[in-house]
Design a protein around this ligand. Structure first.
Ligand code: FRU
Length: 472
């Protein structure tokens, strides 16, 4: 298949061609990082789901591997849907959902849970006695998917997304001694009427002395700046008691505020880091790369922490600094009173900028990236409202819209921005907020500029690095 290169990403995970969605089976096995993903290897549109596969020694340079799972067996007739991976002794075990159409016209189906086993991390054999969970203990047999498995003491635990008989999203829990025989262990958490009709891709883990439930609810209503996409990804932080299965937690918080972030999954690596990767698209997103023979990519790996205020902090993993090639120091300690343009036109860039808000009088300020004659992607900060926004209404082909997030008050604003040929990821103030969106600039030689309005802005520093293309 001919894949047009113009929007191909330079340092993100994507398939060689065709469609991908959710990250699956994030794991470290025999010293290598493995990432699988929902993949349709024969078309740029979603279809019978396979598991695509990449691996890496350093979390940065990825190598394509053969398709790990293909549907069509009795246990997964119409799709190998999302799931996770664990290491059990010498074996790498994938746990995934089998999708089964009942009536295509009426869109009825059922879902079950299966495993596949590998001795080498490359070839996977489906367990002969699949499914390991044929149906949920109650409620919908239709919405029962996305198993995430982990070990606690000597037991394996699995959570899946599920829907009650009354159409309420929930996360249910199972236990096992051997990954093959599972018993139902109760509801971990379920939705009230605000939190949607189905919770996709749940993940549950301990981090910095708290427990975190992350999931991707379908059916939340937009509210102000929140929940602007069709489906969301967010979390609860609290305390969990394995004895009583009681999870007490705070409010639902959105994890990323851009246009294209969904179905995140996490894993813990051998340095004890909790690392998250999401799908860098959304179901309703226009994907102009379909014309080029591909669609979908994954976000950069991000390290997670929990703040004292029980917010998740998300920062790019340290290894990403290895991508840095040429460094441009653009500004150091400058009070800016007029727009400034810089001669940095590389399409693979990391930008780091810090503003001193105490010495700033401007009402708003920010950066424009991928600026051409008519195109630009604008990251701006409203000083009075403490709101950071990402505006892609002039970001090129087929995209539009502004996303905003309110930041906790601080006397500085620091941003790290990763720009790839068709994506932008903005990390604000120690990871308290992120904005991830796809952009599709058309014009050539696009630059970078700084702007402010109604006053002056104090820039502590502004730096940019040209980044390595890992796929070349
Ligand atoms: C989330 C999701 C999952 C499902 C998969 C199918 O984006 O809908 O719930 O397993 O995609 O590709």
């Amino acid at each position: 298949k001919n894949v047009h290169p113009r929007y191909r990403l330079g340092y993100h995970i994507m398939a060689p061609a065709n469609w991908i969605n959710d990250p699956n089976g994030l794991v470290q096995y025999k010293g290598e990082y493995h990432v699988f993903f929902q993949h349709h290897p024969y078309d740029e549109n979603w279809g019978p789901m396979h598991w695509g596969h990449v691996k890496s020694k350093d979390l940065i340079h990825w190598e394509h591997c053969p398709i790990a799972l293909a549907p069509g067996d009795a246990c997964d007739k119409d799709g190998c849907f999302s799931g996770s991976a664990v290491v059990d002794g010498e074996e790498l075990v994938l746990i995934y959902t089998g999708h089964h159409l009942i009536d295509k016209e009426k869109d009825t189906f059922f879902q079950n849970q299966n495993i596949a086993i590998s001795q080498d991390g490359l070839h996977f054999t489906k367990y002969e006695q699949n499914p390991v969970i044929a149906k949920p203990p109650h409620g919908s047999t239709q919405h029962f998917r996305d198993p995430k498995v982990w070990k606690h003491n000597n037991d394996w635990y699995m959570i899946t997304g599920h829907q009650t008989e009354d159409g309420i999203g929930q996360v249910i829990l199972f236990k096992s001694q051997n990954l093959r025989d599972w018993t139902y262990h109760g509801v971990l958490e379920q939705s009230d009427d605000k939190h949607g009709y189905m919770w996709e891709c749940p993940d549950f883990f301990e981090l910095d002395g708290r427990y975190v439930l992350m999931f991707s609810p379908q059916g939340m209503e937009p509210s102000g700046d929140l929940y602007q996409n069709l489906f969301q990804t967010g979390y609860f932080v609290g305390q969990y008691d394995y004895e009583t299965n009681a999870f007490k937690h705070g409010d639902f918080t959105e994890l990323d505020h851009g246009h294209d972030f969904y179905a995140v999954q996490t894993f813990k690596d051998d340095q004890g880091r909790r690392i998250a990767i999401g799908w860098m698209d959304m179901w309703e997103s226009n994907m102009p790369t379909k014309e080029d023979g591909w669609a979908g990519a994954l976000t950069l790996p991000r390290e997670l922490h929990v703040s004292k205020e029980e917010q998740i902090l998300m920062t790019p993993v340290e290894e990403l600094k290895q991508l840095r090639k040429k460094e441009h120091t653009l500004l150091v300690d400058k009070l800016i009173e007029e727009p400034l343009s810089f001669d940095v036109t590389d399409d693979l860039l990391e930008i780091e900028v810090a503003f001193d808000l105490e010495a700033t009088t401007a009402g708003s300020f920010g950066l424009k990236v991928r600026c051409g004659q008519t195109e630009e992607t604008v990251i701006s900060y409203d000083v009075n409202e403490n709101k950071l926004s990402l505006d892609r209404s002039k970001s090129g082909k087929g995209v539009s819209g502004v996303r905003r997030v309110k930041l906790p008050e601080k006397n500085h604003l620091s941003l790290r921005i990763y720009l790839d040929r068709s994506s932008i990821e903005v990390f604000a103030n120690e990871g308290i907020a992120t904005l991830t969106s796809r952009i599709y600039p058309v014009e050539q030689n696009q630059g970078l500029s700084l702007f402010q309005s109604d006053g002056k802005v104090k820039v502590t520093h502004l730096k940019a690095w040209e980044l390595e293309d890992i796929w070349k």
